[in-house]
Design a protein around this ligand. Structure first.
Ligand code: NAP
Length: 344
């Protein structure tokens, strides 16, 4: 059995890790932490887990976690994982960080967008945790920087097109996210009366996920890609729908675009390329680790509109983190994740 620890088990991504891992046949959870609920049983904090776990929350105690576990997930705000990771790596414990600390190739990009005190990752073998692109380096990594939720939806939709030079490198992205993307701490922006029956844009053109998208899309393209990103908060609990407007380099038709996606993802269980004319919906991936991709060619303007749907808490966070754990430990990638989306 793989012995697992979760720092931040009481957050939305932490409790989603616990939900998914409850059915993972090769895992035993040995340590879970909370800042506010130390000493309580997880089922008292999240009654949805009643009957699945008999384990209580600890304070953040890195030494204790590292001595008990083979791998730790850090589901914490940005800036906290780097210190935990250093201690874990010294003891040969793998780290999968759901925050932003290990997503950047260049530490200065992290510093510019996230600021704060951060240890950096000199001497740590890290990988960007998007399995469909980086499976080989994830296998070798000490620490995996699990991608952001918006970047997951965007990168999966654009990498095949950029690699094949089907589109140019100026891309406009409109994304819509469910409220759970903001985590479980209440704020005026995410209370019911503010969100219900309302959609609003936020952090347009300066969201922290932009540099992550630019890093990965530029690597796929081989040239610097520029991104205009407009995220929106929508009145749903889970899900991200990203709509991406791209200029076609050549006059390709629907079937040819389909072939590009189908060929790139032909061996990928969690990425489903929809047939031409079918569009993705967050409802069709709800509670699952799938990413659905659809597209439409606008012949009049030479624009390719790509649409992707994921569940922000699963393929956008905890499901992808478990997919990464499965890769690191040589398990079949879909172990614990082979779940039909909840519908309706
Ligand atoms: N939500 C998403 O859809 C999503 C998707 C992808 C990535 N992420 C990233 O994943 C990470 C966790 O996100 P989340 O949405 O699960 O956040 P969240 O719901 O706000 O939960 C944060 C967790 O961290 C703990 N925590 C907060 N401050 C702490 C501190 N100073 N010391 C120790 N523990 C502390 C909290 O403990 P208590 O609440 O018990 O005090 C809680 O367990 C973030 O970096 C986020 O950006 C989130």
């Amino acid at each position: 059995m793989i012995k697992v620890g979760i720092f931040g088990a009481t957050g939305y991504t932490g409790v989603e890790l616990m939900r998914l891992l409850s059915k993972h046949e090769k895992v035993k959870i040995e340590y879970i932490s909370s800042q506010s609920y130390a000493g309580k049983s997880i089922a008292d904090v999240y009654p949805s887990l009643t009957g699945f776990y008999d384990i209580s929350l600890d304070d953040v105690e890195v030494e204790k976690a590292v001595s008990k576990c083979d791998v730790v997930f850090t589901a914490l705000p940005a800036g906290y994982a780097s210190k935990i990771a250093r201690e874990a790596v010294k003891k040969g414990v793998k780290v999968i960080d759901l925050g932003a600390d290990f997503r950047f190739d260049d530490y200065s990009t992290y510093k510019e967008w996230y600021g704060g005190e951060y240890d950096g990752y000199d001497g740590i073998k890290r990988a960007y945790g998007l399995p469909e692109i980086y499976r080989d380096s994830i296998k070798e990594a000490d620490v995996v920087g699990n991608p952001g939720c918006y970047p997951t939806s965007v990168i999966l939709g654009l990498v095949p097109l950029l690699k094949e030079k089907v589109i140019d490198g100026n891309i406009i992205i409109d994304s819509k996210s469910g409220i759970s993307g903001a985590g479980h701490s209440p704020s005026q922006k995410n209370i019911y009366a503010e969100c219900n029956e309302s959609i609003r844009a936020y952090n347009v053109a300066n969201h922290r996920h932009v540099p992550e998208m630019v890093q990965e899309l530029s690597k796929a393209s081989g040239e610097k890609v520029s991104v205009v990103f407009a995220p929106h908060l929508t009145p749903m609990t889970r899900g991200i729908l990203s709509t991406m407007y791209c200029k076609l380099r050549e006059n390709l038709n629907q079937e040819e675009i389909y072939e590009v996606f189908a060929e790139f993802y032909k061996n990928e269980y969690f990425v489903k390329v929809l047939k031409p004319g079918a569009y993705p919906s967050t409802k069709n991936v709800y509670g699952s680790n799938f990413c659905h991709i659809g597209f439409e060619v606008d012949k009049a303007t030479g624009t390719l509109v790509v649409m992707t749907a994921i569940d922000n808490l699963v393929k956008g966070a905890s499901g992808q983190a478990i997919q990464n754990m499965n890769i690191i430990f040589g398990l079949e990638e879909k172990t614990g994740l082979d779940i039909v989306p909840v519908y309706p």
